[in-house]
Design a protein around this ligand. Structure first.
Ligand code: MG
Ligand code: ZN
Length: 226
């Protein structure tokens, strides 16, 4: 007899199923040659704004599409569609995060081999998205200059499962007395060596380096997937 509480067992099963599905998705993405990038942040950290500018830039050279998770409204999906790329919304209802099966269901009728990049905007939440692998190649956690430099210390798990910490809204840094060194220290305390990028989708600061980083990431993934 196990002494583990039942809820924990159920949760472990759900996560195991999610991980298996995510692995299968990643393999499917590799075979199709599409590089998949997910974005996680608190609400209001500028995910949609950054994504919109990123799509506009990448769409000049690449075939790009987006899945956007949102509790109920399609405001973000509409803003993203202005970039002129295919956008599909995953309405999560009461669910505060995306899971691999939701991603899989929304890929229906998309020919992945005709895409170079697929972006997945997760629901605004730094807690449970950390636990669910979506099959992405690159996971970004966004922190804006307006949020407080101790965010990584409060939500260490998401910083430990993401690949890059992206500091957004650098155009507001001075006005809100943002302490870049303090944030860098918080990130490094939680995750030593974590890659960080500081940018502003509004002013354009850091955007060229950011786009180059995405393109380099895709090239490395495509060549290692053979
Ligand atoms: Mg958004
Ligand atoms: Zn959740």
């Amino acid at each position: 007899m196990s002494s583990k509480p039942r809820i924990l067992e159920v949760r472990t099963q759900i996560l195991k199923k999610n991980d298996e599905l995510a692995r299968a998705l990643r393999q499917r993405f590799d075979e199709a040659g599409v590089y998949v990038v997910s974005l996680v942040s608190s609400p209001g950290s500028g995910k949609t704004q950054l994504l919109r500018q990123t799509l506009i830039e990448l769409a000049k050279q690449f075939r790009v599409a987006v899945l956007v998770g949102d509790l109920r409204t399609d405001n973000d999906a509409k803003r993203l569609a202005e970039a002129g790329v295919p956008v599909r919304q995953i309405e999560t209802g009461t669910m505060c995060h995306l899971e691999a099966d939701m991603v899989e269901r929304h890929l229906d009728q998309w020919n992945l081999s005709e895409l170079d990049f697929l972006f997945i905007e997760n629901v605004g939440n730094l807690v449970c998205p950390a636990t669910y692998d979506l099959g992405e190649h690159l996971r970004l956690v966004l922190v804006s200059t307006t949020e407080g430099e101790d965010k990584p210390l409060k939500y260490p798990t998401i910083f430990n499962t993401a690949d890059i910490a992206v500091v957004t809204k650098m155009d507001l840094a001075e006005a809100v007395e943002f302490d870049a060194d303090k944030l860098r220290r918080s990130v490094q305390d939680v995750r030593p060596g974590m890659e960080m990028i500081e940018l502003s989708a509004k002013s354009g600061q850091g955007m060229a380096a950011w786009i180059s980083r995405l393109i380099a990431g895709r090239e490395a993934a495509v060549s290692s997937a053979g």
